[in-house]
Structure formats: structure tokens, C-alpha cells
Write a protein that binds this ligand. Structure first.
Ligand code: GUN
Length: 285
């Protein structure tokens, strides 16, 4: 039987409607959540992401400011800007778009963001909190997958979850979050020997490697829920995930398309984290 297609746009829209209401409610208390987005350099993909993040804030009633900094900026100047934003009362969340130019130490930049404003959840303090089961800010993409799982009411407890990919932004936090949801979790990479032996066991399969068609139908357990976080630009200009969508949708129980699956949820969870940060700053949470 063909899989149910998970409509990330619809789940994202429903989640954003709830967020808009929360923002309106905060407005009655004189509070407006605020997000600062910093982009260094002119990477075209990053520019699109940042533009979309700022637009999503506007649409949701969240205050936002975009700081566009030349690629030649010094690390010192970038850190100064972050310190300034850390001190600003109307800014509750700070996001530095990655990747940063090579001459800038990304770790140092991420550690400079106040952990209370770290809406990406990349600060070591917040990573430690996540790993120890005391989540403060969940990284946006895995957070989006979690919300999709909950929205669909998929059983997780005791199930086998396989995460393919070990990035700090998606793979590692995703695995920890699934573990927190009481799944039995395996973390694989593109180099895993006999990857199929693992993916075939997965009731929940999350793939975030950046390699088109890495996961084919023969690698998927019938009925599994497949979340494709891959975003690959093909030679013909089309966008593709890491999963052979046409083949796998005939085997899986649920599958996210690319585009229109996990992607729309990432920015929505950034908005959610910004609202949470504003509520905490005003001691409402
Ligand atoms: N670059 C790619 N994904 C992300 C993300 O989720 N946050 C930031 N800050 N940069 C990114």
C-alpha cells in the first residue's frame, strides 16, 4: 500500500496559527517577541534561508532585525555585535546563520550567544541540557520532526528509530530527542557498513546526509515512517531529498516529500523557540 504523504506545509501552517495566537496574547501583556538574525557574507542559499526566516517573523507578528555583515568582517566585530544583542531587551532570540566564513571560529561565535537567547539550541550549555534530558531549546529541524511525529500520533515508545547523519544541527540532536521519546535509537552515517541492515529495522527513519537517493525502497521496512531532511539541488535545478521518494513511498507507511515535508517545519520551530524565549524573559514560563 502506498504511504501517507506527510504534509509539512499543512502541519507548519497549523502550528504557526497557534503561535500567532500566542504572540497576540503576549501583545496584550505589552510583550512582543523579537528575533535578531545575523548573516555574514553573501552565500546565496543562506540569503534565501535568512530572508524566509525574517518573513516568517513578520507574518507571525514577531519583531525581527536582520544584520547583514560583509564576509571580510573580523571575528571580534561579530562577537561585539552578539554582545550588543545579548544586552538588548527587545531581542529574545539570536540566530547566526551557518556556515560562517573560514576565518571565523563558529564554536566561539555560538558560545558567545547568551544561552537564554540561543533559539537554534547550538550553545554547548543547551546541547548539554538536551543530552541530559533537560531541554531548554531544541534545535529547530529535529524539533520540527518531533512535532510532526506527535501531530500524526505515531507510536515511538519501544520502537526502532534510525537516524542517518550525525551533524550537530540535525543528526545528533534528532537521535537524542528520539531517545528521550523512548525509542531505541541507532545512529548511522553514509559510511556505515551494510547501512541497509540498520534502515530495514527502522519503524522511524530520519535521513539527513545530503546525498540524493541514498535510501532506496529495498532499504525500508514496510509501513515505516520516513522523514527526509535532505535538500539537494540536482543538475536539472530540481530539489531532491536523500530518499528515493518515488520508490520508497510504495513501501513506507508515512513519508515526507522534498520540498514540502520537513523543510517548512524548521522555520516554524524557530518562531516557536523565539516565543518561548520571550515568555521566559518575562518570567511567564
Ligand atoms: N544553516 C543551516 N541550517 C541552519 C540552522 O538551522 N541554523 C543556523 N543558524 N544555520 C543553519
Amino acid at each position: 500500500m502506498a504511504a501517507t504523504i506527510i504534509d509539512g506545509k499543512a502541519i507548519s501552517t497549523a502550528t504557526r496559527e497557534k503561535l500567532k495566537q500566542q504572540v497576540t496574547d503576549l501583545g496584550t501583556k505589552g510583550i512582543r517577541p523579537g528575533l535578531a538574525v545575523i548573516i555574514v557574507g553573501e552565500d546565496p542559499a543562506s540569503q534565501v534561508y535568512v530572508r524566509n526566516k525574517v518573513k516568517a517573523c513578520v507574518d507571525t507578528g514577531i519583531y525581527s532585525e536582520k544584520h547583514e555583515i560583509p564576509a571580510t568582517t573580523t571575528e571580534e566585530d561579530l562577537l561585539k555585535l552578539i554582545h550588543r544583542l545579548n544586552d538588548k531587551k527587545d531581542i529574545h532570540g539570536i540566530l547566526v546563520q551557518l556556515p560562517l566564513p573560514k576565518h571565523i571560529n563558529s564554536d566561539r561565535v555560538l558560545e558567545t550567544i547568551s544561552e537564554t537567547k540561543d533559539v537554534d539550541g547550538f550553545h554547548l550549555y543547551n546541547v548539554g541540557a538536551l543530552v541530559t534530558g533537560n531541554t531548554i531549546f531544541a534545535p529547530c529541524t529535529p524539533f520540527g520532526v518531533k512535532v510532526m511525529i506527535e501531530h500524526l500520533g505515531l507510536p515511538v515508545e519501544g520502537k526502532s528509530a534510525v537516524v542517518v547523519g550525525r551533524s550537530n544541527i540535525v543528526g545528533k540532536p534528532m537521535a537524542i530527542m528520539l531517545l528521550e521519546m523512548n525509542a531505541t535509537v541507532s545512529i548511522c552515517t553514509s559510511r556505515t557498513k551494510d547501512l541497509k541492515a540498520y534502515t530495514k529495522m527502522a519503524d522511524i527513519l530520519v535521513v539527513a546526509v545530503g546525498r540524493p537517493n541514498l535510501i532506496t525502497a529495498d532499504m525500508v521496512k514496510p509501513g515505516a515512517a520516513v522523514f527526509d531532511v535532505g535538500m539537494n539541488r540536482l543538475a536539472d535545478g530540481k530539489l531532491a531529498g536523500d530518499v528515493d521518494y518515488d520508490g520508497v513511498k510504495e513501501i513506507a507507511g508515512y513519508i515526507t516529500p522534498v520540498p514540502g515535508g520537513v523543510g517548512p517545519m524548521t522555520i516554524t520551530m524557530l518562531l516557536a523557540n523565539t516565543v518561548i524565549a520571550a515568555e521566559r524573559a518575562h518570567k511567564l514560563k
